[in-house]
Design a binder for this molecule. Structure first.
Ligand SMILES: *[C@@H]1O[C@H](CO)[C@@H](O)[C@H](O)[C@H]1NC(C)=O
Ligand SMILES: *[C@@H]1O[C@H](CO)[C@@H](O)[C@H](O)[C@H]1NC(C)=O
Ligand SMILES: *[C@@H]1O[C@H](CO)[C@@H](O)[C@H](O)[C@H]1NC(C)=O
Ligand SMILES: *[C@@H]1O[C@H](CO)[C@@H](O)[C@H](O)[C@H]1NC(C)=O
Ligand SMILES: *[C@@H]1O[C@H](CO)[C@@H](O)[C@H](O)[C@H]1NC(C)=O
Ligand SMILES: *[C@@H]1O[C@H](CO)[C@@H](O)[C@H](O)[C@H]1NC(C)=O
Ligand SMILES: *[C@@H]1O[C@H](CO)[C@@H](O)[C@H](O)[C@H]1NC(C)=O
Length: 541
């Protein structure tokens, strides 16, 4: 790569001072740094930088386009290589979370730095996707100094949490916070000045951790983009056990075969697709769909492509809220309109839900033989009462975050088959009541967007690419990229009224159509003219 001079611009266009490290003492060398200096600084950073509480194992300059080997990544994750999008300095670090535990943190510090910091955590219960390389890739390609971290352990399951309070604490809240604090410090030392704004990006368990940060560490971020959040975590895992049991094993009379799921999906669309005004296979208002599965009962005339009463009951249970032993709502219903091809392998394949067994075995009962088929609502009550380190993440008081002028942008796919999108709506109303603020007041710091046709975090039948991950690299303008919309909200005070999504074709690149997703509690309504794929045919009401 030819010599180039890189000027690090702050948002006002003023040059930020950059420092070259000399031992623990930083010296202000110049107001711009050449590419060669960046490479040199990176190479010596691990040996020269001294950051209290953080061990830097390595620093490595990686040029754009390098096929990086991730030999040290947990093998069961299956991610062995990653092609790095821009020139970065890559750091491997560890941060202690107690005397006997630590968080692994990886930083990708781009040469083309915008002065913004971004942290991302992980998904699921295991550390499998601990360091989310796709999210580091996405954020660095947008110029953020980015850090990713594990949950204090590396694994494809929750097994390390067995009899291990430290691993549970790291999972529940500590890794996100400690990794962020360390990541900000390293960013400051590397570039010679603190980042001017800090952001969080995460989905699913990562979405939950975004809310946890807003609730408990309001000073960590200026802007949080939290998607499909696993809020009420013990309730989600209980719900999963309940769902799998509702359908049961292949030999039970409630089990539903793939062809019958296809029939059910067809019937859901027949009954509910037009509620939003357009029969386009995508439900904008699944919460208004009161599906009647009994329409599909086998009768004299119909003996195939139909449901037995037991199967119809199972379907009704799945699409109904679940009440706990105390008679109160345990978890909202699965929303009709999900893609049954995707949900079947997850909850309805005849086996107990993996996710639920994982949590009950390794956190609730410390019994690796616990069998999801024995689940009862009493188990849900035990898990909820335990709520270790407040992993529920259900504090509705965001006033400290709001007082710091923090902005929370949340989204949830209406075809989410892992976590009911209704949980995001329930949390929203919980915040509204806790803080005694109407939606128009919440708008000042917290906005929720329901994304029609989006599965869990990404993919789906609708315009699901909204800037939540690397699928949106080609569309970076704030009007079609949720992360950049958040940046504009934080830095310019211009808040998003809609999130414009793109439906990507089979190749994952070519746009097929767009739709502007409404800010909750508004809902999309088709008014025409033109095809439902024409985004101008929809209004938020
Ligand atoms: C570093 O250089 C900049 C620009 O010349 C100057 O404004 C700043 O005060 C210097 N900082 C230190 C710590 O010397
Ligand atoms: C990166 O290298 C690995 C191992 O040689 C290879 O399997 C993979 O296809 C490469 N990736 C790209 C994008 O070239
Ligand atoms: C680590 O151990 C020391 C000595 O036993 C104790 O004082 C300290 O509180 C411990 N720190 C943590 C984070 O547990
Ligand atoms: C740096 O970022 C600018 C603006 O985003 C872009 O035009 C340029 O190509 C980038 N340069 C490199 C080396 O990535
Ligand atoms: C997790 O993996 C990293 C390498 O990616 C390693 O440095 C760290 O020690 C591992 N953590 C644990 C708790 O085994
Ligand atoms: C399981 O282990 C965790 C962590 O040590 C502990 O908090 C919990 O009480 C244990 N559960 C039971 C049922 O013993
Ligand atoms: C919310 O939290 C703040 C502190 O951050 C506290 O002052 C306030 O009383 C709390 N409000 C409610 C309704 O609990």
């Amino acid at each position: 790569m030819p010599q180039q001079t890189r000027r690090v611009l702050s948002w006002t266009g003023v040059l930020l001072p950059l420092y070259i490290l000399s031992g623990a003492q930083a010296q202000n060398l110049s107001t711009s740094v050449s590419h060669a200096q960046f490479v040199t600084r990176c190479g010596s950073f691990a040996s020269k930088a001294s950051i209290p509480g953080t061990t830097i194992y390595f620093s490595q300059y990686v040029a754009a386009g390098t096929n990086l080997s991730l030999a040290e990544n947990e093998p069961s994750c299956g991610i062995t290589h990653w092609t790095v999008p821009v020139d970065i300095c890559r750091l491997g670090m560890a941060v202690p979370s107690s005397n006997t535990s630590e968080i692994s943190v990886e930083a990708w510090l781009p040469f083309n730095y915008t002065g913004r910091f971004l942290a991302t955590t992980n998904r699921g219960l295991g550390g499998c996707k601990s360091i989310l390389y796709n999210e580091l890739d996405y954020a660095t390609s947008l110029g953020f100094a980015s850090v990713g971290m594990n949950t204090g352990y590396n694994s494809s399951t929750a097994a390390p949490m067995l009899n291990n309070e430290n691993a549970i604490a790291d999972y529940a809240y500590r890794s996100a916070h400690l990794g962020t604090v360390a990541g900000k410090e390293v960013t400051k030392v590397f570039y010679g000045a603190p980042s001017r704004k800090s952001y969080y990006l995460g989905c699913s368990s990562g979405g939950r951790q975004g809310f946890k940060e807003a609730q408990d560490f309001p000073e960590d971020f200026d802007g949080i983009l939290a998607g499909s959040p696993a809020l009420a975590l013990t309730r989600v895992v209980s719900w999963g056990a309940y769902l799998s049991q509702a359908v049961g094993s292949p030999d039970s009379d409630t089990f539903i075969t793939d062809d019958k799921w296809a029939l059910i999906q067809e019937e859901v669309l027949r009954q509910c697709d037009k509620i939003d005004g357009a029969a386009d296979g995508i439900l904008e208002n699944p919460d208004m769909c009161q599906f009647v599965p009994e329409v599909l009962l086998c009768d004299g005339a119909r003996t195939t492509r139909c449901l037995t009463p037991k199967q119809a009951e199972a379907v009704r249970n799945i699409f109904s809220p679940v009440y706990g032993v105390d008679g109160k709502l345990l978890y909202p219903r699965m929303q009709p309109g999900i893609n049954t091809k995707r949900v079947v392998p997850f909850y309805f394949n005849g086996l107990p839900s993996d996710l639920s067994e994982d949590w009950f075995r390794h956190v609730v009962y410390n019994d690796t033989t616990w069998d999801g088929r024995t689940f009862t609502l009493n188990d849900a009550a035990v898990a909820l009462a335990q709520n270790p380190f407040n992993v529920e993440t259900w504090n509705g008081n965001l006033s400290a975050f709001a007082a710091r002028n923090g902005k929370l942008l949340s989204y949830h796919g209406l075809q989410d088959y892992v976590i009911s999108p209704e949980i995001s709506q329930l949390y929203y109303s919980h915040v509204s009541r806790t803080m005694n603020l109407t939606p128009s007041k919440l708008d000042n710091f917290y906005r929720l967007f329901m994304i029609s046709g989006m599965d869990h975090c990404r993919d789906g039948d609708g315009a699901w690419a909204i800037g939540q991950d690397e699928s949106s690299k080609a569309r970076r303008r704030p009007n079609e990229n949720a992360l950049m919309a958040l940046v504009r909200w934080v830095e310019e005070g211009v808040a998003p009224e809609v999130l414009r999504g793109t439906k990507l074709g089979q190749d994952g690149v070519t746009p097929e159509f767009w739709r502007a997703h409404c800010k909750w509690p508004k809902k999309n309504r088709y008014v025409g003219p033109g095809a439902p794929t024409n985004e101008g045919s929809w209004v938020c009401v």
